[in-house]
Ligand binder design. Sequence first.
Ligand code: EPZ
Length: 427
Amino acid sequence: MDKIIIRGGQRLSGTVPVSGAKNAALTLLPCALLTDEPVTLRNLPRLADIDGFQHLLNQFGISTSIAGARPEDFGRVMTLQATRLTSTVAPYDLVRKMRASILVLGPLLARAGEATVSLPGGCAIGNRPIDLHLKALEAMGARIELAAGYVRAIAPDGGLPGGTYSFPLVSVGATENAVMAAVLARGTSVLHNAAREPEIVDLCNMLAAMGAQIEGIGTSDLTIHGAERLHGATYMVMPDRIEAGSYACAAAITGGDVTLTGARIEEMEATVQALRDAGVVVEAVKGGLRVASDGDLRPVTLTTAPYPGLATDMQAQLMAMLTLAKGSSVLTETIFENRYMHVPELNRMGARIETKGRTAIVHGVERLTGAEVMATDLRASMSLVIAGLVAEGETQVHRLYHLDRGYERLEEKFARLGADVERVGND
Ligand code: EPZ
């Protein structure tokens, strides 16, 4: 397994492009199931999770082709076509490797009237149930059966009638599955307390480009009028607001000055506010975002929440940045029950972080020291890289496959900004 060796101490400066958003791409790809016409996605990030999803879609008989991307290009163009489905089963050995596979449940059900998907199970950050996905589909008229570790969803003859569902808590994935099921229903569906993340807006905009009729895009109340059929479309994946926020934390902790081209400040307001409260300069510049700091960081109090609140996916990276703030910061993680696995590893680098349930107190220290550390999940891994960039000496981050799931050509982007990073194999 690969690892990254980082020699800390370089101030990051320069410009890097923000890649297409992983969490948008993973819900845009299954939309190809909703039509027999070609669907083309542009600005698709080169990530392990995208490759995994492509392989899963191929299982259903979807043809996929990658348009000529030069090796040095960021992002790719993929055309997908589900002329007819040869299977409606998402098998355990694929789903267990990538829990976002559950996002084929809604579109398969909508297109074929049935879907059998292995239950995704939990992951490092929590047990990640899918009860809300299933309740929303039942509200639209699906019959749900659970057996042998699989969930089977069946629509009545003639297709899903559609229905109304109020989410008891905000769920990005459940909202995505519900919307993708509703767009081909026989009637109208109404979702209350739906997730409003920009990735949901991207999904709704792409479905609208395919002919879907969705009202309330960007709000918590979505009304979807089912269509007889959807047509193909070409769609540009939105920029990754979490990748952009991650690089912003790296620029801040190293006292750097970095421009992130493609970043949309209007989709990152809570993260931008957290950075500014910590004393970081963040400004919209033509086509992107500039992040600059003198390295003097102030402590802040942060609580993660559904959009437009502070993204849980930014918690670990902001925590890494705050390890060097002049004072104690208080972070509260309200979304997942086990999202502090980066804490012991950061403390091994000299940070002083205490956790108590969902709350972490980050006591600022003078310096971090390089160490061998272990990545445990995607965003925890990035927090260790961010710490390594400023730590004295050498940091080795093991189990890089976690990072490769969500950050496109990370070592290349950091090298462009002047970091001393090197990927080595045979970990
Ligand atoms: C999506 O996961 C993202 N993944 C996550 O990003 C992100 O952290 C999360 O949304 C929250 O923003 C993708 O988009 C592929 P949820 P998802 O359903 O959809 C509970 C990353 O690092 N819940 O909004 O699984 C759940 O346990 C990843 O890129 C239920 O109880 O998140 C959690 O506590 C990590 N029942 C809360 O809701 C359900 O049926 C929010 O989960 C579904 C969720």
